[in-house]
Design a protein around this ligand. Structure first.
Ligand SMILES: *[C@@H]1O[C@H](CO)[C@@H](O)[C@H](O)[C@H]1NC(C)=O
Ligand SMILES: *[C@@H]1O[C@H](CO)[C@@H](O)[C@H](O)[C@H]1NC(C)=O
Ligand SMILES: *[C@@H]1O[C@H](CO)[C@@H](O)[C@H](O)[C@H]1NC(C)=O
Ligand SMILES: *[C@@H]1O[C@H](CO)[C@@H](O)[C@H](O)[C@H]1NC(C)=O
Ligand SMILES: *[C@@H]1O[C@H](CO)[C@@H](O)[C@H](O)[C@H]1NC(C)=O
Length: 833
């Protein structure tokens, strides 16, 4: 009895304690007259999201006053005294009657002041739920007129929902982010991120007075070079304001969405981070610069950068231009840019008439060039823009300024000086470049448009539904026969361990000097690939063996101790399969993290399937493409079938390498993680366009089905030769072609040639499987083992397919299967819309 009583007493204490504390010392969001905040005390916003107090960043012992996310104290979003730390714990924050917020040190000296002044004598400071610290006249709280000062007007390195970057045209005040000097030192660092308000608004990162990166101009929907942001609409909402009073950019979080922030790192990289409450980590959704082509002015004036170029010469000159300095260009110093081959022919006649024979060349799919000195007129149409540009001899190019109307674009931006910082991007815009008549393609007919597609006829959709049911029942049959079928499929790859993972010796470590020798001291001539996080070099060992040497970019290494790196080396060294790139060795020396892989003669899949040159795309014929699809499926199925399951997490064509026989080898386990108990929420950086919808919509829930989804996208890309953009247009186009039974006409890459009837059947089956993989609901997607089984069912004979289908249809008639099929079809919106 006594013990029960004691337990009850304890329990009641445990329940009551927080309430008692809350009653004693209410955690306040307001600092009023007569109160102060000393080191150790905090203000907490009313909803608990933000905390204000003293902190020491990183390894520093110095004290700073700042605001951070309560859930993640390392996520400091504002610092008052970045350049002037408080010594020891003597700092104290007070509000003076005069209306200024003061940070004092032990001797009463002012370390920092808001410099605000009040007419009344009852000013107070409040930390709002948005993370904004405001000082206002206490008498008129909640009226925004009474705000004397706010931290949102003085950003540090972080942009929160509700803040702005840009310019107040009345006061001349400018809002911009300033990087920290280092993770341990919040004093102003080398980089600044500001809105360039001249021309069209665009975000620019500056190092001193040199531009290092720009997002491209705002086009009414997104910044021209960052179309992927349109995928975050469920999370945030962008605002760009252009008015006589201000030009500004900001974003607003949707109610209930995950916490998010934009940080300008001390390395000058702008990152969009989203809080993963389950894993208690910040996920990187976007970062810029992303690749070599994002380096400002990489290819100089009138140069064009292509990050997916098949050579390491990312730069070419625009049509009608040649390198300004051929010797420098051949040494890959492209910053000098290009010069015009044939002078423009244009004369302004005193009386306002212009004579010209020039014309325009359409450059498609680009991030529009720097508009800093460009002329903008939002009130005219693109057609008027063309006429106006042609009539003005100093106009060198024009483009639509606003693409909100989709095909009906409006507004006009005209360039009169050098075209700088031009690159290809997915979903890029059209730029019209002025050239002399002789430089234009002879018959500049109408540009190739994708054929207009009519709405599906009823008969076609009914047929589609029937086929869906058949496909679903094939899946069900395979599921029910899982035991006999799966091992058969796996036995096709002899190196798959049957049950337990063999423990091979770890891969050897090599010293840095050998790698330097092999790569000619990491010479630019040896570069064979470049990604956001690494550079890949060709290496030649003493015995003549070629290897691929992947050197991770140091500024992206967050893992000081290198434990993550070593763990991943360990994981990779255990993986052996004919469709996985073999890790041969690694190097960890000082700040260097290097991985050595087997050399792949045909480099990566993206270079073949997305090549701009149709002949280059045709090299990979349909047979090879089908082999590659099955190879990738086998490789992923192997990862998923291990006793310690491995989720690849970043499956995309650039991570599929091709050996001398065009065999697919999956690479880049840089983000792969072993999926074991206790690690169900590993951090994830998936690439836009390949990321499963449940990952973005409902916060991270990483499963094998995320890889299945990415595989489906890759499959459709392989047959279509088109990239899936962040808003999934390729996937929806594929669904439409499939449901209209027009895969051959509307989806298959015409450059690869007409497939014969047998190949076409296999391609159609492939697309069906691909569409099963990209279904919205993860539960509806097949497993990778099922994918392999479906892809390798001997489908070359149509009678076999027919019998397979009728068997499947018979299976679908059994009550259990019918029930499953209908629930599957219910969650399956793709085929029916
Ligand atoms: C801060 O407040 C405490 C009492 O709450 C007071 O003793 C102290 O003098 C105050 N410090 C300053 C600098 O106003
Ligand atoms: C307040 O004024 C002082 C002196 O003019 C200046 O050094 C300081 O930077 C100002 N503080 C802020 C936050 O503007
Ligand atoms: C003005 O243009 C006309 C043709 O449009 C041409 O004949 C005339 O010579 C030009 N005048 C001058 C001053 O260039
Ligand atoms: C804009 O014009 C100025 C003055 O002619 C020039 O120095 C600058 O480089 C131009 N800026 C850009 C981005 O083209
Ligand atoms: C040509 O365009 C430039 C820049 O937009 C402008 O300054 C100039 O006045 C224009 N010239 C004529 C003749 O319209």
């Amino acid at each position: 009895m006594d013990t029960i009583f004691v337990h009850l007493l304890l329990l009641s204490f445990m329940i009551l304690r927080p309430i008692a504390i809350a009653a004693d010392v209410p955690e306040s969001d307001t600092l009023g007259k007569g109160r102060n905040i000393t080191d150790g005390e905090t203000l907490v916003s009313a909803d608990g999201t933000f905390t204000l107090g003293f902190f020491s960043p990183g390894a520093s012992t110095k004290r700073y006053l700042g605001i951070w996310f309560s859930a993640s104290s390392v996520a400091v979003c504002w610092v008052a005294n970045g350049g002037r730390p408080v010594n020891g714990n003597s700092g104290v924050l007070v509000v003076r009657d005069t209306g200024s917020l003061l940070l004092l040190d032990g001797s009463g000296q002012t370390i920092w002041s808001s410099n605000s002044t009040s007419s009344s004598s009852s000013a107070e400071a409040q930390l709002l739920n948005s993370g904004n610290l405001v000082v206002r006249d206490g008498g008129s709280s909640s009226s925004s007129d009474a705000i004397l000062w706010q931290s949102f007007d003085h950003p540090s390195n972080t942009l929160l929902s509700g803040m702005k970057l840009g310019k107040n045209k009345w006061t001349g005040a400018e809002w911009y982010l300033t990087s920290w000097r280092s993770a341990d030192d919040p004093s102003p660092g080398a980089y600044r991120r500001a809105l360039d308000t001249s021309g069209l608004p665009e975000l620019v990162v500056w190092e001193g007075n040199v531009r290092t990166y720009r997002t491209g101009p705002w086009n009414g929907r997104w910044f021209s070079g960052v179309p992927e942001v349109s995928a975050y609409r469920n999370l945030i909402w962008y605002q760009v304001t252009t008015s006589p009073a201000e030009v500004s950019y900001g974003y607003t979080s949707n109610p209930g969405a995950a916490l998010t922030r934009v940080v300008l790192t001390d390395a000058g990289v702008a990152k969009r981070l989203v809080w993963d409450a389950g894993a208690r980590t910040w996920q990187t959704f976007f970062q810029g610069p992303r690749d070599v082509c994002d380096a400002y002015g990489k290819c100089g004036a009138f140069g064009l950068c292509d990050a997916g170029a098949a050579s390491t010469w990312f730069c070419t000159c625009l049509t009608g231009f040649s390198p300004a300095s051929p010797p420098a260009w051949s040494l890959r110093d492209t910053s000098g840019g290009c010069k015009r081959n044939v002078k423009l022919d244009c004369a302004n006649n005193g009386s306002g008439t212009t004579t010209t024979t020039d014309g325009f060349l359409l450059v498609r799919g680009v991030k529009l060039p720097d508009t800093h000195n460009a002329t903008v007129d939002m009130s005219i149409t693109v057609e008027d823009c063309a006429a106006r540009c042609l009539a003005n001899c100093s106009c060198l190019a024009y483009a639509a300024a606003d693409i909100r109307g989709g095909d009906v674009r409006s507004g006009c931006v005209m360039w009169t000086d050098d075209i700088v910082d031009l690159r290809y991007v997915d979903k890029g815009q059209d730029l019209y470049l002025r050239l002399a008549r002789s430089e234009l393609p002879a018959a500049a007919g109408p540009s190739p448009q994708r054929p207009f597609r009519t709405a599906p006829v009823v008969g076609a959709s009914a047929a589609a539904v029937a086929v869906v049911l058949i496909v679903l029942s094939v899946v069900l049959v395979i599921r029910r026969r899982r035991r006999p079928i799966i091992p058969a499929a796996q036995s096709a790859s002899p190196s798959v361990p049957s049950t337990e993972l063999r423990r091979p010796p770890s891969v050897p470590s090599v010293d840095l000097s050998s790698l330097r020798r092999a790569t000619n001291d990491f010479s630019a001539d040896n570069v064979i690939g470049r990604g956001g996080f690494s550079t890949v070099f060709e290496g030649n060992l003493a015995d003549g063996t070629k290897v691929a040497v992947k050197r991770l970019t140091q500024s992206y290494l967050t893992d000081g101790g290198g434990e993550t790196f070593m763990r991943e080396v360990e994981v990779m060294s255990e993986l052996k399969h004919e469709n996985l790139a073999r890790l041969l060795a690694y190097c960890k020396d000082g700040n260097e993290r290097i991985l050595v892989y087997e050399y792949m003669e045909n480099r990566s899949l993206n270079l073949c399937i997305f090549a701009r040159d149709a002949n280059q795309r045709a090299v990979l014929n349909w047979e090879r493409r089908l082999e590659i699809i099955v190879g990738v499926a086998r490789g992923v199925a192997y990862l998923h079938g291990l006793s310690k399951v491995v989720i690849h997490r970043d499956l995309k064509p650039s991570n599929v390498l091709l050996d001398g026989n065009w065999r697919a080898k999956i690479a880049d386990f840089g983000t792969a993680k072993v999926f074991v108990d206790g690690q169900t929420n590993p951090t994830l950086v998936q690439t836009e366009g390949y990321r499963a919808p449940e990952y973005t919509a409902r916060g991270p829930s990483l499963t094998l089905k995320c890889d299945v989804y990415s595989f489906g996208v890759v499959l459709i890309e392989i047959v279509s030769g088109q990239r899936n953009s962040s808003n999934q247009t390729l996937v929806s186009d594929a669904r439409e072609s499939w449901s209209q039974n027009k895969i051959k006409e509307n989806l298959l890459d015409p450059a690869v040639g007409q497939p014969g009837p047998e190949i076409l059947l296999r391609l159609e089956r492939c697309v069906q499987v691909g569409l099963l993989c990209v279904q919205q609901s993860p539960a509806d997607r097949p497993s990778m083992a099922e994918v392999v089984a479906m892809l390798t069912v001997n489908g070359t004979s149509s009678s076999q397919i027919r019998s397979h289908r009728s068997a499947a249809a018979a299976a679908a008639a059994t009550p259990l299967a019918t029930q499953d099929a209908s629930s599957g079809a219910h969650g399956d919106s793709i085929y029916l819309t």
